[in-house]
Design a protein around this ligand. Structure first.
Ligand code: SF4
Length: 336
């Protein structure tokens, strides 16, 4: 545990040090991550978030894993921005089903000012339900970030996706620096950041370490750190590559969760896309390694999630409870 300070999160990790964590014997790595997890969180609590796609498909970006990009033929039907009342009704259902945070995602390269009034109404309505609010709307200007904050937005999601070295293999229509800039505007506006990435896109361990190194050396660690496992979509360049070459090894996925927990100890480390394909045992290992947040609600943008019954049974069997709920064995952990 020599590199780990349980009292103070570090911001001075080197890439070699982060990669050395990946290289630890697996049991030692998971033990260290679980120890860090217990220093900052109740390990029996897992936060439930629900994500709604408020504007689907037709995106101008060319993220090589994404079914919503207009650059690839995936058969996904594009839809316009939803009305605020529809979104607020979905948020109410999510809250009544146990969700603590409600995230609104739009498939945009960047937010347009003309959409701000409707988004502000959505965010204000969701916040009034007592939910934490989160949105992912593409790149922002500093002024847009301030307006979203004023509308009641608590968290803004903007992922780095991967390390800078592999980034060029993932997307070419947005630079890494543009992502870092949007994150800076979000922090400057006083919102919490939700920022993570995707593993299993054909990258190497060094690239996964590099992503986590970037996150761990930001001026402020992300408050939420989603780790997505690529769900390969046929018709996308990275989906086709992974369908041909094979998906990431599940033990390597757990290592990624564990290292994320160690280098960003106060973050909500979230098991995101790909959970539907994970066994119960793999999810349990991820929770042991420091994951303490999941998406619920049957669907994560365009990829499936486990159903409410499966999640309820898993929580019961693992003696986990949704964050913010005091009883140990919830009957229901999520709304569909
Ligand atoms: S990941 Fe987001 S920005 Fe990239 S193509 Fe998909 S919707 Fe657009």
């Amino acid at each position: 545990m020599s590199q780990i300070n349980l009292a103070h999160p570090r911001h001075d990790w080197t890439l070699d040090q982060v990669e050395a964590l990946f290289d630890l014997p697996f049991m030692e790595l998971v033990f260290q991550a679980a120890t860090v997890h217990r220093a900052w969180f109740d390990p029996s609590e897992v936060q439930l978030s629900q994500l709604l796609s408020v504007k689907t498909g037709g995106c101008a970006e060319n993220c090589g894993y994404c079914s919503q990009s207009a650059h690839f033929k995936t058969g996904l039907k594009a839809e316009k921005l939803m009305d605020a009342e529809v979104v607020i009704a979905k948020a109410r259902e999510a809250r009544d089903g146990g969700a603590q945070r409600f995230c609104m995602g739009a498939a945009w390269r960047e937010l347009k000012d003309r959409d701000l009034p409707r988004l502000a109404a959505m965010i204000g309505g969701v916040k009034a339900l007592g939910l934490e609010t989160c949105a992912t709307l593409g790149m922002l200007t500093p002024d847009q970030a301030r307006q979203l904050k004023d509308a009641g937005l608590d968290y803004y999601n903007h992922n780095l996706d991967t390390g800078p070295e592999y980034y060029g293999d993932v997307v070419s229509t947005r630079t890494y620096q543009e992502r870092l800039d949007t994150l800076a505007y979000v922090r400057d506006a006083g919102m919490s950041t939700c920022c993570g990435g995707i593993v299993g896109m054909g990258e190497q361990r060094r690239d996964r370490a590099s992503l986590l190194h970037q996150l761990a050396t930001l001026p402020a660690h992300p408050d939420s750190l989603p780790i997505n496992g690529l769900v390969p979509v046929s018709g996308t360049p990275l989906g086709d590559k992974v369908l041909k070459e094979g998906q990431i090894d599940s033990i390597e996925f757990v290592r990624t969760i564990a290292v994320a927990r160690i280098v960003c100890p106060k973050a909500m480390v979230r098991l995101s896309a790909g959970r539907d394909e994970m066994s119960r045992e793999l999810q349990a290992l991820c929770f042991l390694a420091g994951a303490n947040s999941i998406f619920v609600g049957g669907k994560l943008l365009t990829t499936p999630l486990p159903g409410q019954d499966e999640d309820s049974a898993l929580f019961q069997d693992l003696d986990l409870r949704p964050m913010g709920v005091k009883t140990a064995a919830p009957e229901t952990v999520a709304a569909e």
